[in-house]
Write a protein that binds this ligand. Structure first.
Ligand code: ZN
Length: 218
């Protein structure tokens, strides 16, 4: 339980990291869309000023008397109008791209938001687990403390040493074999278990193979 409790904060941090990257993905999609829209605005300004220029040229053209100058102005009007046509073509392409980006953004946002709420649910579960585990751990610790109370210190020390690597730490002898490692028990250990005095301070019979505390099952 202690180990499980220790892993929870790391798991929560990992999920929070996922949420942050989903949010970053939404944000970068938004920025892309905004960039396209500001490009479109710039194009519209360029088109507007080109149109103004054409109107200006036309007014100027009215007061031109010389034929070659008149024609030169006409050429300038044509060139500017061709530029406008080109800019309008670019604008159309941009509008199409914006439309696509909006569709993609809406779809991506829906997926990412669903992911985020899944992650948030996971965090709630993890936090609940922390609460439950903490309560269970406290109960288990109290149980352990209560169980340890009547046990003499040397026996407790032996038990605790075995319990960290070999659980269960106390096993019966069955058919001359250790109930933990299932290897043959030495006759010394077996007779020690058979004749063990009920005195709690007497030495504990130990399996020679795995070190577990053994007892004779009558
Ligand atoms: Zn054993």
């Amino acid at each position: 339980m202690e180990h499980q409790l220790k892993t929870v904060p790391g798991e929560i941090a990992a999920v929070e990291h996922k949420i942050a990257s989903e949010k970053a993905a939404i944000e970068s999609a938004k920025i892309e869309l905004r960039e396209l829209e500001s490009k479109k605005k710039l194009l519209e300004t360029d088109i507007g000023s080109a149109e103004q220029k054409v109107a200006q040229y036309r007014t100027q053209q009215l007061s031109i008397r010389k034929n070659d100058e008149y024609q030169a102005m006409g050429l300038q009007i044509d060139t500017t109008q061709a530029q406008i046509g080109e800019l309008e073509g670019q604008e159309l392409e941009l509008m199409y791209a914006i439309d696509e980006a909006k569709k993609k953004f809406a779809a991506a946002e829906a997926v990412l938001k669903a992911n985020i709420s899944g992650h948030e649910e996971r965090i709630r579960t993890l936090k609940e687990r922390t609460t439950n585990l903490t309560a269970e751990l406290k109960a288990a610790q109290e149980e352990v403390a209560a169980a340890q109370k009547p046990v003499p210190e040397p026996a407790l020390r032996i038990y605790n040493r075995i319990a960290v690597r070999n659980m269960p730490a106390v096993v019966p002898i069955r058919g001359g074999k250790c109930g933990g490692c299932h290897l043959k028990i030495s006759s010394e250990a077996e007779s020690a278990a058979r004749s063990r005095s009920p005195d709690p301070t007497a030495a504990l019979p130990i399996c020679d193979q795995c070190g577990r505390i053994v007892y004779w099952e009558a």
